[in-house]
Ligand binder design. Sequence first.
Ligand code: UDP
Length: 365
Amino acid sequence: HSVAVVLGTRPELVKLADLIRLLGPAAHVVHTGQHYDRELSGQFLSELGIPEPTCLTGVGGQSRATQIATALAQLDELFADRPPLAVVVQGDTNAALAGALAANARGLPLLHVEAGLRSRDRNMPEEHNRVLIDQLADVLCAATPGNRANLLAEGADPRRITLTGNTVVEVVRRHLPDAEHRAALLGSYGVIADGYVLATVHRPENTDDPVALRAILTELDALAADGTPVLLPLHPRTRARAEAAGLMPLLDRLRVTRPLGYAPFLALARHAALLVSDSGGVQEEVTVLGRPLVVVRASTERPEAMTDFADLVAPGPEIGRAARARLAHGALERERLAALPSPFGDGTASLRIAGLLGELAAASA
Ligand code: UDP
């Protein structure tokens, strides 16, 4: 192995899948265990064709500091035993920060996939993770010109930055089931194309605050009461918090499922009349699938999605207003969105990043 790919959560598995495939036997995948359960990681490894990773132990469910420290100590040992020629991290998770710090501590070249995202919201731990990882990385792969501008504004040497696009574009294209499979999947969930809402909620600021969670579920319940089926693949954290806060009755009218595999999720997203989500990755995926999205968050680090595809709203009645306005738009608007290019690139990011890694590994060999 020459390249260590450090990851720990579902979105990292998704966004690194194509790069790992392109690297082939050169990639050593290391999973920190931040989300190491079957629903959030296990099924994604096989589905996305990611080789069995080296798994670190015991970081799930702990405090942020403990997660970072535990993963960092184990990565340091691993890198001492079998030093890779380069280290790759993606995004803004605690796993990515631990990987970046471990590479830095061992003097290993570090490449950051999805560099330069900024929400400028200092209440988000992810914002601090992003800034720290970008400081440490030798190669910054910016997905958009805006991401590149953010890095330059913070004084990054332009020679460290490459505009690659976002790897999610090619991953969506590769894993979106064909039309026949999509039709079968919609049928198995009892919905018809353009006739339902697909919702996801998992961010701590929405799940761990009972007022916010109640507001979101109340709006989804009201959309279902209007007669639009609302599918909610329920994240384990959201289920636990809804139970603890006595909010489960608000789910009665929703079509609640377990977290979905990637292909079923993409199929349902592709044909939803509307998505409602607090996810980061879904903001990018809707631009490839050409679907409208209501983003339930205080801030976003992905302003590119807000121009045409998505509206940013806080938990509360604004969700219902934005959702009904989007649903009223109908088929012409969906056609317009489907025809727009994604602001996140052309589907060649993983290929370009694999090339950059080849150069990095050759220079450090
Ligand atoms: N996703 C999925 N099944 C689901 C919900 C989401 O496959 O039931 C995918 C989604 O398409 C996206 C990723 O999981 O690629 C997003 O993960 P998450 O929302 O946990 O993280 P974020 O993107 O907010 O960091």
